[in-house]
Design a binder for this molecule. Structure first.
Ligand SMILES: Cc1cc2nc3c(=O)[nH]c(=O)nc-3n(C[C@H](O)[C@H](O)[C@H](O)COP(=O)(O)OP(=O)(O)OC[C@H]3O[C@@H](n4cnc5c(N)ncnc54)[C@H](O)[C@@H]3O)c2cc1C
Length: 401
């Protein structure tokens, strides 16, 4: 696309694609260009996640996560129905396995109600077994709204719709600079340059690097956390009917190792959460010097490490010891054994950290003149993508000439 581009979206993950789609749905005459550095869309977080339709249970009422997840969940279900994308609202069980966790289960129930979830049910140990015969817990919370879907398929459909609406998607072009110039913004790629009325950067694991191009005092950085999975063998007993989760650790923004039925069949077990020595370091032994140095030099990283070293060591232990991983899974399903599990894949979470060493919990969108940066869009951003796209589109439209 050359000439007068209205909006340039950087990043072909589910957030960039939904944002471009929502902009065009609100302003069909806009000329929208989406630029992705990989040869295909959805190569990073969008293509490596658990495929859960999150209901909005966990999030602080009134936060961007709570608002966008609740509204995005309904929009996602409607989208999947309209576009015939396979999905299933199978429900999820959150399980307390120690006495100390029981008050937190009650608190989670209250939070879910505050977030507008109907039909949540607190369960006794016997009621847990009626729903999940192999699962053991002292108390449970059943969340009927939770479901499963393939977000790569959703992203592919967003891309098809974008093209039908007249957008252009350019893959294989990494953006290296963003330069606001008066009423226009120049977006400079490795081999081409474009100019638009407005720019939205949805760069996931690289989002802070693009945000630094327009704000050198950006007060956060992305820390990459790898989540590794096992898969239940098809020959293993049928140990899981729904989604089975532990109670999350309130000090940590990740949900703990859990069991997830996949929409294409099979059950994923995990993920853990280890600091990754590279933003795209999908293998345990992958190492990227620049990414690692950037993290180590960020004061927030050292504070995160000081706060969470004990749980971090436990996660590393699980990463290298299948026996330890299985022990974590056995907290929920005591019958599960190492011989039931095959190695699975891994995904890397883009988790923003402040200079003070806080792991940012909420979504973070920043506007700098005519450029909007999505700086923190961790889970449930795939579920919430249509709502996030709408929220950002509303910020972009007033910037268009
Ligand atoms: C292990 C794991 C499990 C998860 N499970 C769930 C779940 O069950 N449910 C849920 O709702 N969410 C889940 N999430 C979160 C969800 O996957 C992400 O929040 C979501 O995919 C973020 O989308 P995104 O578009 O922001 O990022 P991404 O999908 O990472 O896309 C960013 C894109 O920007 C591109 N890019 C980066 N820099 C540049 C550049 N300079 N120039 C051009 N392009 C660039 C990248 O190549 C990439 O394609 C999970 C995430 C992980 C990692």
């Amino acid at each position: 696309m050359s000439g007068n581009v209205s909006v340039i979206v950087i990043g072909g993950g589910i957030v960039g694609l939904s944002t471009a789609m929502r902009i065009l749905q609100s302003r069909p005459a806009a000329r929208v260009l989406l630029v992705e550095k990989e040869s295909h869309i959805a190569r990073h977080q969008t293509g490596h996640n658990s495929g859960v339709l999150h209901s909005g249970l966990y999030y602080k009422p009134g936060s961007l996560k709570a608002l966008n997840c609740r509204s995005g969940y309904s929009q996602m279900l409607e989208f999947c129905r309209e576009e015939s994308i396979p999905h299933e609202v199978c429900g999820k069980l959150v399980v307390a396995t120690t006495d100390a966790e029981l008050p937190r289960l009650d608190e989670l129930h209250r939070r879910g109600v505050a977030n507008g979830l109907a039909g949540l049910r607190l369960l006794s140990p016997e009621e847990i077994r009626e729903i999940e015969p192999y699962c053991r817990g002292l108390g449970g919370l059943f969340v009927p709204q939770a479901g499963i879907v393939d977000y790569t398929a959703v992203a592919a459909r967003y891309a098809e719709k974008l093209i039908e609406m007249g957008a252009e998607i350019v893959c294989g072009e990494r953006i290296v600079d963003i330069c606001p110039k008066g009423s226009r913004v120049e977006v400079i790629g490795e081999s081409r340059t474009w100019s638009g009325d407005a720019v939205v950067a949805c760069a996931g694991l690289q989002s802070d690097r693009l945000a630094l191009k327009t704000d050198s005092s950006l007060p956060l950085r992305i820390l990459p956390f790898r989540g590794e999975y096992y898969q239940l063998k098809s020959s293993a007993p049928k140990l899981v009917n729904h989604l089975i989760y532990p109670l999350p650790d309130p000090a940590f923004p990740f949900l703990g190792v859990h069991f997830t039925r996949m929409i294409g069949g099979g059950v994923e077990c995990g993920p853990n959460a280890v600091f990754a020595f590279g933003r795209e370091a999908y293998q345990k032994t992958d190492f990227n010097l620049r990414d690692t140095c950037d993290a180590l030099l960020w004061p927030g990283f050292r504070k995160v490490a000081a706060k969470h070293w004990r749980s971090g060591l436990g996660e590393y232990h699980r990463s290298f010891s299948k026996r330890k991983f299985v022990e974590a899974l056995q907290q929920l399903i005591p019958e599960i054994q190492a011989c039931h599990l095959d190695d699975g894949g891994a995904g890397i979470r883009a988790q923003a950290s402040s200079c003070q060493g806080d792991l940012l919990d909420d979504f973070d969108f920043r506007i700098n003149r005519r450029v909007i940066h999505v700086c923190n869009a961790p889970s449930p951003a795939a579920t919430a993508s249509l709502s996030i796209g709408q929220t950002i589109a509303e910020k972009v439209l007033p910037l268009l000439c």
